[in-house]
Each structure stands twice: as C-alpha cells, then as structure tokens.
Design a protein around this ligand. Structure first.
Ligand SMILES: NC(=O)c1ccc[n+]([C@@H]2O[C@H](COP(=O)([O-])OP(=O)(O)OC[C@H]3O[C@@H](n4cnc5c(N)ncnc54)[C@H](O)[C@@H]3O)[C@@H](O)[C@H]2O)c1
Length: 445
C-alpha cells in the first residue's frame, strides 16, 4: 500500500477537507502492515472503496426565527459504509459543521461500529445550526425543517441517526416526532429517544459510562484501579456528564470540566449535586462553564484555558475534535499523567497522539473508548425491533461486556513485541478487518 499516493489522490479529489484526510491518514498508517499481508484486499481495491462514503446528502434548511426572520442553514447526511449493517451515526448541530467534519466522523464511525460487535454500518450528519441562545420554539422549528428534508433517506433498516454535539434528548424528540409524522410509522428510526417512546435505559449515560469501563480495563492491565485517581474532564455536555458520574462512582475524583470560555478546577471533586449543576448549565443554552465557579466558590474558573495544565492521573477529552494538542500533551507528560483516553471523537491532535505513543503511556482513541454510546444505540435498535424494553441493569451489563470485548480486540491487534498495547493500532486494525472481510464477501457493489 502506497499511503502517500493514496492520500495525495484523495486530497486532490477533495481539497479543503483536512479533518477527513487526517482521519483517513491515521487509519491507513495503523493498518499498513496487516493490509500488506492480505493481497486479496489490494486486488479488491478495499482501501479505495472504504475511504469514500457510499453517498452524501446535502440540503438547505430554511426556517423562521422568533422575530419572523427567515434563516437558512446547511444540512448533511453522509452514509459512509453499510458493509456490516444499516448506516448508523449521530447528528451534530454546531456552527463548525462542514463536509470535512461530517466525512471524518462518518469514516471513524464505520470502524467504531465494527468494533462494537453489533451489526451497524457508519454514517454521520448534522447542520451548521447554532443552538446557542435559541429559544425552545426555534429549536423545534429548526429540527422540523431539518427532518422535512432528511426523512426520506433514513429508516430503521436503512439509516438510523442519533445525537451528537448540540443534539440531545430534546432535539431527538423533535426530530423523531417529525420523522414519525412524515413516515407514518413508529419504528426505531432514531436512537437516543425518550424513555416514554422507545428509548433505552442507560443510553444518555452510555458514552461516558462505556468510556470509563474501557479506562477501567486499560488500568487493570497495568495493575491500577480508578480508586483515588484524579481525573481531568473537558466539556460539560452529555458525554462529560456520563463520564463524571461513572468516574465518581468508581472511586475517582473529577477535578475539571470546561467550555469554550475556559475551564473549572474544583479541588473538592465534581460529584453529586455539582454534576446536576453541569446539566443545568448545558440546558441553559449559553454554552459557558464560568457560572459553575459562582455556584461553588471553592472552585476556580480559568478563562480561555484548557484543563490539561492541571496535574492529574487521568485525562479524558469529552468535548470536541483536536481539543488536546502537542503542547497540552507535553504538559500532561511532564506531570506524569498515567492514562489519556479520548471520549470525544478525535479529541487529540496527531502530534499529541504521537507523543503519548512514543512515551508508551496508556492512550486510547475515541473510536474504541466512546463506542459505548453507539453500542447502546444498537441495543436500543434491538429493543425497538423486539418491541420490548430491558432493565437498566440488563443494558448496563451488556454495555460493560461490549466495552470489555472492544478492549480485548485492541489488545489482540495492538500489542507489540515489548508487550506495549498500541490501542490506536489495535482499534483500527480490528475495525478494519471486519469491514474489509464483509466488503469482500459481498462482491463489487
Ligand atoms: N453523545 C454521544 O453519545 C457521543 C458518542 C460518541 C462520541 N461523542 C463525541 O463526544 C463529544 C461530545 O459530545 P456530546 O454529545 O457530549 O456533545 P454536547 O453538545 O452535549 O457537549 C459538547 C461539549 O463540548 C463543548 N465544546 C464544543 N465545542 C467546543 C470548543 N470548540 N471548545 C471548547 N469546548 C467546546 C461544549 O461546551 C459542551 O460542553 C463529541 O466529540 C462527540 O462527537 C458523543
């Protein structure tokens, strides 16, 4: 495999898509050795077929704001790969959303979903809609306008969207409500639904919970536990919330959360009613974390800074892509960080990851660590098709089992001769092998 040739061809075909190219490069570097041992992959042009999405929908979303003004946003759905199951992946509403970000997320989702052991293909979608400062009525009108266009292209056995940044339980409710009205069916065409209408218990917490189950496995392999460890979390959204809850439950102390305005350091630990306060901040729609320090005066707010400058045992990016860079990695390493696990997608830059791997610390990528979210979405799909609901304990147990299995796959494919587990390589190879084999079995389509 000639990686630089593949990447330069891709860059020429898709100029101005750096996140997508970054995601493809990372996977190709990891799988190169394994790929070269399988001439049948090259013969079937597996790489060329896997790096391009199956299809992309882009559409305009016109809607009316509370003042009667007409607004126009862009909508996307990238159906990346359905070799192993229906397209599956979240919707992101954020001003930074563009085609490159949608494609990088859809590409990553394909391998992540393969790792979950469940039959799900990869997709991603969203809009450059800015939720910040919007009224509830505006959010509803936007979601309805978005779905008016998207509904024809999704369905319980074709493509099943879910939430992501800016799309939580409220937005899923509005999106699914409109879908149901237009499609005249009440099927599990969305996951992350409310508990009253087909949602799965534990789904809201699943990404953060699963992330911590994975971290627990990583630590156990080195003879550590979460008990008494200090944890830096970024973000204060859905994922950060679930991660903070489970980290605290497993005996660790979460000392930071963050937002686009800066970060909070709370030496007493962010637990109990403080975690509830995070939720309130998120639902305020203001997207700032500073008010936490007013509510809890022992905490300190650091404006325009990132939490990675604090001395902690474990760092968990939970906000957005490339939120931990090379300088942050150097600081964490200088402070003897034990484990860094991305719960956000592409939380660390390529340079930061290189540093973590070269220093052989425990580091794991988002596609393995945060796969518990989509895995539980898969469990929601199963419950919907059975017209049944499992108890929270049943779902949590299945989630824990899936995270252990993902960890085992990473160890199997990522352990080098010295015994160091390169989780990036392990996750990429395990996900790739499954998608590649399924693609070959189904012929040239
Ligand atoms: N929700 C899920 O089930 C799920 C599953 C897998 C992966 N993820 C990933 O986890 C991450 C967080 O998702 P979420 O569902 O918690 O979203 P969310 O909207 O609930 O929270 C996002 C958080 O990130 C912060 N943030 C966003 N952009 C930022 C920026 N530029 N600088 C600083 N902070 C910023 C926001 O303030 C917010 O606290 C994303 O990378 C998402 O793709 C989410």
């Amino acid at each position: 495999m000639d990686i630089s040739n593949i990447l330069s061809t891709l860059e020429a075909k898709h100029p101005g898509e750096p996140e997508y190219i970054q995601a493809v490069r990372e996977v190709l570097i990891s799988i190169e050795d394994v790929y070269n041992q399988h001439p049948e992959f090259e013969k079937a042009k597996i790489i060329e077929r896997i790096v391009e999405p199956d299809r992309i929908f882009t559409f305009k979303v016109p809607w009316v704001d509370d003042r009667g003004g007409v607004q126009v946003n862009l909508g996307f759905r990238v159906q990346f790969n359905n070799a192993i199951g229906p397209y599956k992946g979240g919707l992101r509403f954020h001003p930074s959303v563009n085609l490159s970000i949608m494609k990088f997320l859809g590409f990553e989702q394909t391998f992540k979903n393969a790792l979950t052991t469940l039959p799900m293909g990869g997709a991603k979608g969203g809009s450059d809609f800015n939720c910040k400062g919007k009224s509830d009525a505006e959010i509803m009108r936007f979601c309805q306008a978005f779905m008016l266009e998207l509904w024809r292209n999704i369905g319980p056995d074709t493509d099943v969207p879910a939430g992501d940044i800016g799309v939580g339980a409220r937005e899923i409710g509005y999106l699914y409500g409109m879908y149901k009205k237009l499609a005249r069916e009440n099927t599990g065409a969305f996951t992350g639904k409310g508990l009253e209408f087909g949602g799965s218990l534990i789904r809201p917490e699943a990404t953060g919970f699963g992330g911590l189950y994975f971290v627990k496995e990583m630590l156990a392999k080195k003879g550590h536990t979460l008990e008494g460890k200090t944890v830096a979390i970024s973000g204060f959204g859905n994922v950060a919330w679930g991660a903070a809850l489970k980290a605290t439950e497993l005996g660790a102390k979460v000392v930071t959360i963050s937002g686009p305005d800066g970060y909070i350091y709370d030496p007493e630990g962010i637990s109990g009613n403080k975690i509830d306060h995070m939720l309130e901040l998120r639902y305020s729609g203001e997207d700032i974390v500073a008010p936490y320090a007013e509510a809890f005066p022992n905490a300190k707010f650091y404006a325009n800074k990132r939490p990675w400058e604090q001395i902690v045992d474990i760092a968990l990016p939970c906000a957005t892509q490339n939120e931990l860079n090379e300088d942050d990695a150097k600081t964490l390493l200088a402070n003897n960080v034990l484990c860094v696990a991305e719960i956000s997608n592409m939380g660390c830059t390529e340079e930061a990851i290189k540093l973590f791997l070269n220093n052989q610390i425990l580091f794991a990528p988002g596609k393995a660590v945060n796969a518990g979210g989509v895995a539980t979405s898969g469990l929601e799909m199963t419950q919907n098709s059975m017209h049944y609901q499992w108890s929270a304990e049943e779902v949590d147990q299945k989630l824990n089992h899936i995270m252990k299995s993902i960890h085992e796959q990473c160890v199997t494919y990522g352990t080098d001769a010295s015994g160091y587990v390169n989780y990036v390589k392990g996750a990429n190879i395990a996900g790739f092998m499954k998608v590649a084999k399924a693609t070959i079995s189904q012929g040239i389509i």
